[in-house]
Design a protein around this ligand. Structure first.
Ligand SMILES: NC(=O)c1ccc[n+]([C@@H]2O[C@H](COP(=O)([O-])OP(=O)(O)OC[C@H]3O[C@@H](n4cnc5c(N)ncnc54)[C@H](OP(=O)(O)O)[C@@H]3O)[C@@H](O)[C@H]2O)c1
Length: 188
């Protein structure tokens, strides 16, 4: 499927949903295009926003329409801790994830008092193909199985938001509340 084509996404999701009732959808696609390349090349900048924000929203809305009709289903969406505060190292990717969080909040409001569950997931740096370059540079990465397990448990609990590993909730709270005078001295 072309992940940027609204008509193909709508048709594809309609077909899947008509085959059998769907319990859980996990919207998990994304790409960590390097921040310096997004600054130098507007095509890369656009591509990052397309794959990390626009495309997930199209899939989310295509699925939400069906969940609204059946009044059941869990829509789990992978965002990132990168969306919690704009940082020089990844603010284009982060802005897309932040936008996704706003969409998830809107959905949580829309589906409040229904049987449709919206779970938004904010992983920290995790050992997957996406972070292969970071791993070479020595960035500490969480094993993907731990993150996956915590996502499954959080969805089963009906969490609205999952930080995984949980320590990232505290780390990002601190980062969000740092005054600019301190924040601007950090190389993050
Ligand atoms: N790894 C981390 O540290 C980390 C941290 C926070 C959030 N996340 C988020 O977690 C989610 C999963 O990422 P991951 O870490 O598991 O990385 P990954 O293994 O690279 O998975 C990314 C997925 O997105 C798909 N994808 C990328 N560009 C696409 C395109 N243009 N069209 C269609 N599919 C495309 C990939 O498909 P192909 O395999 O076919 O290319 C792949 O299945 C992403 O939303 C990512 O932003 C990751």
């Amino acid at each position: 499927m072309d992940f940027y084509d609204p008509k193909k996404i709508a048709t594809g999701i309609d077909q899947i949903m008509q085959e059998a009732p769907v319990d859980i959808v996990l919207v998990a696609h994304g790409s960590l295009l390097a921040q310096p390349e997004c600054e130098d090349n507007l095509t890369t900048c656009r591509d990052s926003l397309l794959i990390n924000l626009i495309s997930p929203i199209l899939f989310i809305e295509a699925c939400a329409k069906h969940f609204a009709v059946q009044n059941s289903g869990t829509l789990a969406i992978i965002g990132s801790v990168a969306g919690d505060r704009g940082r020089k190292s990844n603010y284009i990717y982060g802005s897309a994830k932040s936008g996704l969080w706003r969409v998830a909040q809107g959905l949580q409001h829309r589906f409040a008092n229904t049987k449709v569950q919206i779970t938004f997931i904010k992983p920290g740096p995790t050992d997957t193909p996406m972070t292969a370059k970071l791993k070479v540079n020595g960035t500490k990465l969480e094993p993907v199985k731990n993150v996956a397990r915590q996502i499954v448990l959080g969805i089963d609990r009906g969490d609205r938001i999952i930080y995984t590993p949980p320590k990232w909730r505290v780390i990002m709270w601190v980062i969000q509340h740092l005054p600019s005078v301190i924040f601007n001295r950090l190389n993050i």
